[in-house]
Design a protein around this ligand. Structure first.
Ligand code: PMP
Length: 452
């Protein structure tokens, strides 16, 4: 008898971000097709994609304009590269578009295939720049615990999650982590949001002084932390952090891989949170993930030394075969056009309001510790005991159970520990949002019943 698709998957694939042993036992959920905010499995069952896949399918799963843009580009020029003074129209136009859209003056765009590669590129461009400035020792990066910046060697070192370090011997030396701006979890008893932000800024400054400011190159952060649990920082956090960075000539990097292109209710998270980055990283909603692509935007202060350096070093020894891939760039251009033409940023803000209003109703639920978010991204954090904020049994027990029940009820969410994330496509309409919330409520009821 021939093997089923499930059996072949177990037999042949090593899955990213999956427990290999558990996968052998339970096998995959095979998703066969998508339509709007829905995906369908191989049995025809529908799921609302409450996570936009991986925080990325802004336009849902069947946008015909994106498909046509890809097809047209495949027919015209399916591949070309940007090495050694070559270029092509889609990458040029996309670079121009990103510079025009950027919330602060930016100078140049460097394309990669993934957010991880983009953050590795950031590290190398900053190192290259500081070498050019005659300050090679100014090479350390400061990130935050619970940050997510990717999984390649440098980006995983920026990431501040134990699972990305454990078993890999990471982070590399010179990658430091300061406190996570999550008031609910990390504030001292009685500490206000503003006092908490002050304390985090002071901690950052102490870290810089202890290491020596002449050794710190850059500070990187997601405007709102995504994979670490959808963590919204205190209102003045970013202003305070930036003030410290400027004082010690430390570059500010905004990792907009999740926040970019409308997710927080404005075009960029940097606008929502008042960040003036020297470097910005975008991906995911750039192409709605119909094609793999990411981009690093650098300002003139970063670019000028790199240009000057090529006088002595020659070529910039960095780049990917598929940097600025024409099909990915063409799809991204069309994707950005649709986001603008259809006013999807304002739409996301309105749908976000609806989502937060509904989720806030669960604040009184015995298992809900915190409801948080901003724009069209949110998390509901489950606890076993609301007073002590302790988990039920072990961290992740409730989260895993609820995500499993939600899947049964036709909703794909993601449990990050016990925080259940919501990040639906920007195109979601009111009825779909209400159905998403209804399916979540059923899963929450099941979880409460189970935990009794
Ligand atoms: N930065 C952030 C903020 C992310 O959320 C992610 C992916 N979730 C990355 C970087 C890494 O992107 P990729 O998975 O494309 O390498």
């Amino acid at each position: 008898m021939s093997q089923s698709l499930q059996e072949k998957d177990i037999h042949y694939q090593l899955h990213p971000y999956t427990n290999a042993r558990l996968h052998q036992e339970q096998g995959p959920l095979i998703i066969e097709r998508g339509e709007g905010v829905y995906v369908y499995d191989d049995q025809g069952k529908d799921y609302i994609e409450g996570m936009s896949g991986l925080w990325s399918a802004a336009l849902g799963f069947s946008n015909q304009r994106l498909i046509r843009a890809a097809q047209q580009q495949l027919e015209t020029l399916p591949f070309y590269h940007l090495f050694s003074h070559k270029a092509h129209r889609p990458s040029i136009e996309l670079a121009e578009k990103l510079i025009q859209m950027a919330p602060v003056p930016m100078s140049k765009v460097f394309f990669t295939n993934s957010g991880s590669e983009a953050n590795d590129t950031v590290v190398k461009l900053v190192w290259f720049r500081n070498h050019a400035l005659g300050k090679p020792e100014k090479n350390k990066f400061i990130a935050r615990t619970n940050a997510y910046h990717g999984i390649t060697v440098a980006s995983a070192s920026l990431t501040g999650l134990p699972a990305n370090h454990r078993g890999f011997g990471l982070p590399l030396p010179g990658f430091l982590h300061v406190g996570c701006p999550h008031h609910y979890r990390y504030a001292l008893p009685g500490e206000s949001e503003e006092q908490f932000a002050d304390r985090l800024a002071a901690e950052l400054e102490q870290t810089i002084l202890a290491e020596g400011p002449e050794t710190i190159a850059a500070f990187i952060g997601e405007p709102l932390m995504g994979a670490g649990g959808v963590i919204v920082p205190p209102r003045t956090y970013w202003a305070k952090v930036q003030q410290v960075c400027r004082k010690y000539d430390i570059l500010v990097i905004a990792d907009e891989v999740i926040c970019g292109f409308g997710r927080t209710g404005q075009m960029f998270g940097s606008q929502t949170f008042g960040i003036q980055p020297d470097i910005m990283v975008v991906s995911k909603q750039l192409s709605s993930s119909y094609q793999p692509i990411a981009a690093v935007l650098i300002n003139d202060a970063v670019y000028q030394p790199i240009e000057a350096q090529s006088g002595s070093l020659g070529t910039l020894g960095h780049g990917f075969t598929a940097s600025g891939h024409p099909v990915a760039a063409a799809v991204s251009l069309e994707n950005l056009k649709i986001i603008e033409e259809d006013n999807l940023v304002a739409h996301a803000a309105a749908m976000g309001e609806r989502m937060h209003a509904a989720l806030r109703r669960f604040t009184d639920h015995p298992l809900v510790g915190e409801v948080r978010g901003c724009g069209l991204i949110a998390a509901v954090e489950l606890v076993g005991d609301k007073d002590s904020k302790a988990p039920y049994q072990t961290t992740g027990t409730l989260g895993r159970y609820l995500a499993g029940r939600a899947q049964q009820h036709g909703l794909i969410t993601r449990a990050m520990g016990d925080a259940i994330a919501f990040c639906p496509p920007l195109i979601i309409d009111e009825q779909e949002m209400d159905l998403l919330l209804e399916r979540f409520e059923r899963a929450l009821d099941d979880t409460a019943q189970w935990a009794k």
